[in-house]
Unconditional design. Structure first.
Length: 317
């Protein structure tokens, strides 16, 4: 007979249920999704009020004959405003002026910005001070820059003409001569926004791996070879992005034109944005100005999409 040892039965403790605090039970309906929506709703409401609704209103006005000087309500006229803008010889002239300005300003800023960034990247001491010094024009307001250069380029009292006169070169009518007024706008805009290109190019230059230059030096490659095969190809994609941003900004230039030349002389410096301003606030043709602005937005979006596709194809290579 074998004795079996049996363990005494153990009593199981009753299961305790955890209860949420009173505050959690009170706000239990606030799930993570609802709480996120609650925080996002004020920002979305502000965005709709400040951006989306004015855009919808602008699109509607572009199909009407609305004018702020008339008390009668607007009437729907279809695409008449768009046809008037697209067939206007004045608009074509202003588009050509804008294109010349965009190409000239962006090209000059790209060349100068990359050259300055390349020289700064090769300097070890004082790089931060030089970069900060070159960034000062970009920190100024366009209105301040316009007034600053308007005084400097003045025919009688401008410091530029005083300097040229001291050299025996005579005084130049920078802002009132048709051949030089647009060039003056390009120079002033380049003075302010060349640091933007320089900053992006400098970021790209400092990100180029050093071992590529070391390998090229082992192979006794020339400085031109290193620049053409290493530096420029690696920085070029960043420059293209900077060029896109600057082209969009130059396309909608208004501040400098308004301050420096007022669109003159003879409309030679009147860009598309300034012409929209004249149609809206001098001609009081609000519907036509709305269609004008919508067409400018469409042009910018289409050009940006084509440019971005080119960038994607370039990166795919």
């Amino acid at each position: 007979m074998t004795d079996t040892l049996e363990s005494p039965p153990t009593a199981t403790a009753p299961a305790t249920t955890l209860q949420a605090p009173a505050a959690a039970r009170r706000f239990g309906f606030l799930t993570d999704r609802r709480l996120a929506g609650l925080f996002i709703t004020p920002a979305l409401a502000l965005l709709v009020f400040l951006s989306i609704w004015p855009l919808i209103r602008l699109i509607w006005l572009s199909f009407t004959d609305y004018s702020v000087t008339r008390d009668v309500p607007e009437s729907f006229i279809g695409f008449e405003n768009y046809v008037d803008v697209l067939t206007s010889p004045v608009v074509r002239e202003r588009a050509l002026t804008t294109l010349i300005f965009v190409v000239g300003a962006v090209a000059l800023q790209t060349v100068l910005g990359f050259a300055i960034a390349f020289l700064i990247s090769r300097r070890v001491k004082g790089r931060g001070a030089l970069t900060t010094l070159f960034l000062i024009p970009m920190m100024l307001s366009p209105v301040v820059v316009g007034l600053f250069w308007k005084f400097m380029l003045d025919v009688q009292f401008g410091v530029v003409n005083s300097f040229l006169d001291s050299l025996g070169l005579g005084r130049v009518e920078w802002l009132t001569q048709q051949r030089l007024a647009l060039l003056s706008l390009v120079i002033v805009d380049s003075w302010q926004w060349t640091p933007f290109i320089m900053l992006i190019a400098l970021a790209g230059l400092t990100a180029v791996p050093k071992y590529l230059y070391e390998a090229a030096e082992i192979d006794r490659a020339s400085e031109w070879f290193k620049f053409r095969r290493i530096t420029f190809p690696l920085v070029w994609p960043l420059l293209l992005i900077a060029i896109m941003f600057r082209a969009i900004e130059a396309f909608r230039l208004f501040d400098l034109v308004y301050i420096l030349t007022g669109g003159g002389p003879g409309g030679t410096t009147e860009t598309l944005s300034y012409n929209v301003y004249k149609v809206a606030f001098f001609g009081f043709d609000t519907g036509r100005a709305a269609a004008y602005g919508i067409l400018m937005v469409i042009v910018v979006i289409a050009a940006a999409q084509i440019y971005l596709r080119y960038l994607d194809r370039l990166q795919g290579r």
